[in-house]
Design a protein around this ligand. Structure first.
Ligand code: ADP
Ligand code: GLC
Length: 473
């Protein structure tokens, strides 16, 4: 059975800020069902101390640039998967994962270098994997260090490296001088390696060092090879096209299924949709709306508020959307300007728009269930999970045709627009509202979406085939 060690900065339910965590929380167990033994290495952030976790290595020294960093390793076995946690309080016992009050920590390069090196120690001394599968820039130093520091190490030299890009918009780019703090020498700091216009670019280094590069949908795999979506790495990605592929994420229907969801006031399924009306009423009441809105269409948003998510399109058309009689309920947090867009809309239209700023998993589930439609007008979207959840919850999504949104939504289950413009979004929302008023047609649309199956098994099967291909087994 091939052994894979995954390295990532988030995994649900331990540490989550976005979809990366959903993937790492579910994919390893799904791989097991495909005959792949997967383990995961994560940072031990503040407050992460799940029941059953055990310290298995008291003092693992990590040396970088002649400096010794002390770490300890904890282990939790869950669904037959080993989750290792790198405990380095100096680096990870902090308010946020990557930032505090919107400011990235100044030592993120070093934090994730120590993390990646500790993960390599777990590979060398405990797990002995056949494949190391690193996710996003936070884990990109694992293949880079493995290639440059341990080329002849008997536990690592035969290992194949897979690197997955979950979001090319976050590359882990740091001032070039920082390389000295990471012990990256001039042979690696080259345009063919981790150097990028004088800076250190960890994602670039990961893409170069890996044997196979994947991203999280087939359309995004094509898009990132274009100047429009390549964030400056499109040339490199074109050069690596022969080892680049897109494997669509799955979703975990144990967590996201209205028939069994314990976070909802009522459950429902294809055959019995009654519970959805109860969820809808509960959502409206929780957000402080009265009976005057009960018959109006409800559009839901659950999102990181980041430029990527496209809500700047909503700003100029907010008044026109409200004039259609829409109730808009948004949950999210993130960049101040994006938060302001929703804050401003709700101030001006308190009777129609309510926003919950922050992170709230229970409310995320209630919005998926209680809304009539779900809005994701993303500028770009590597995969996107919420639109897939909303299909299952009978909440047809309104999406821009990009990345995973393009791959998972069609005109029979949702509403798509191509041009990135407020007019195109407004037109599509209006078209969705026309459809919503046709109750029979709408029910049919809901049912089609609820019947779709995006469970992890299909994606896990593709990853398993990729690993086996690399290992020649
Ligand atoms: P991304 O990873 O780019 O943020 P995805 O759609 O892949 O986008 O995944 C987002 C995940 O994070 C979903 O599980 C979604 O429910 C969750 N999420 C995002 N923002 C919030 C929030 N404010 N509160 C609760 N859950 C959230
Ligand atoms: C990133 C992307 C999102 C994707 C998630 C999981 O956060 O923005 O589209 O679904 O990773 O792969």
């Amino acid at each position: 059975m091939p052994k894979v060690l995954m390295i990532a900065s988030e995994a649900a339910p331990f540490a989550k800020s976005g979809g990366l965590a959903d993937v790492l929380g579910a994919l390893p167990a799904a791989l097991r069902r495909q005959g792949v033994e997967a383990s995961v290495v994560l940072p031990k952030y503040r407050g992460v101390h799940p029941a059953g976790i055990e310290k298995i290595w008291d003092d693992l020294p990590v040396w970088i640039n002649n400096f010794e960093h002390h770490t300890a390793i904890w282990l939790l076995r869950r669904d037959q998967v080993n989750f290792y946690f790198v405990d380095a309080p100096w680096f990870f016992d902090r308010d946020g994962f990557y930032a505090s009050y919107g400011n990235d920590y100044g030592d993120n390069h070093l934090r994730f270098a120590v993390f990646s090196l500790a993960a390599l120690s777990i590979a060398r001394q405990i797990e002995h994997p056949d494949v190391i599968h690193s996710h996003d820039w936070q884990a990109a130093l694992a293949p880079i260090y493995a290639r440059t520091w341990f080329p002849a190490d008997p536990a690592l030299s035969h290992v194949k490296h897979v690197f997955t890009i979950h979001n090319l918009g976050y590359q882990g780019r740091f001032a070039g001088e920082r390389r000295h703090e990471l012990g990256i020498d001039d042979r690696t700091f080259t345009p063919e390696g981790v150097e990028y216009f004088g800076d250190l670019n960890l994602m670039k280094g990961g893409i170069v060092a890996a044997d196979a590069v994947t991203t999280v949908s087939p359309t995004y795999a094509r898009e990132i090879q274009t100047a429009e979506h390549g964030f400056g790495l499109d040339g490199l990605l074109r050069a690596r096209a022969s080892v680049l592929s897109g494997i669509l994420n799955g979703v975990d229907y144990n967590d996201w299924n209205p028939a069994t969801d314990k976070l909802l006031p009522a459950n429902y399924d294809l055959a019995n949709l009654g519970g959805k009306a109860i969820c809808r009423r509960a959502l409206l009441e929780e957000m402080g709306f009265g009976p005057e809105v009960w018959d109006r269409p409800v559009i839901g948003v659950v999102s990181r508020f980041a430029e990527q998510k496209g809500f700047d399109l909503l700003q100029p058309i907010g008044d026109a959307v409200v004039a259609e009689g829409v109730t808009l309920i948004a949950l999210g947090n993130g960049e101040p300007h994006q938060e302001w867009i929703f804050h401003n809309l709700s101030e001006r239209h308190h009777g129609n728009v309510r926003v919950w700023h922050g992170y709230n998993n229970r409310l995320a589930h209630l919005i998926e269930a209680g809304a009539d439609m779900f809005l994701m007008p993303s500028r770009y979207e590597p995969c996107g999970l919420n639109q897939i959840y909303s299909l299952k919850y009978g909440t047809p999504p309104i999406v821009r045709a990009t990345g995973g949104l393009e791959d998972t939504i069609d005109e029979s289950t949702g509403f798509k627009f191509g041009e990135y413009s407020p007019e195109a979004l407004l037109h599509t929302i209006r078209w969705a509202l026309v459809n919503w008023r046709d109750r029979e047609g709408w029910l049919q649309r809901m049912r089609l979406g609820m019947g779709k199956d995006y469970s992890w098994d299909r994606s896990a099967c593709e990853y398993a085939a990729l690993y086996r291909g690399l290992l020649g087994t």
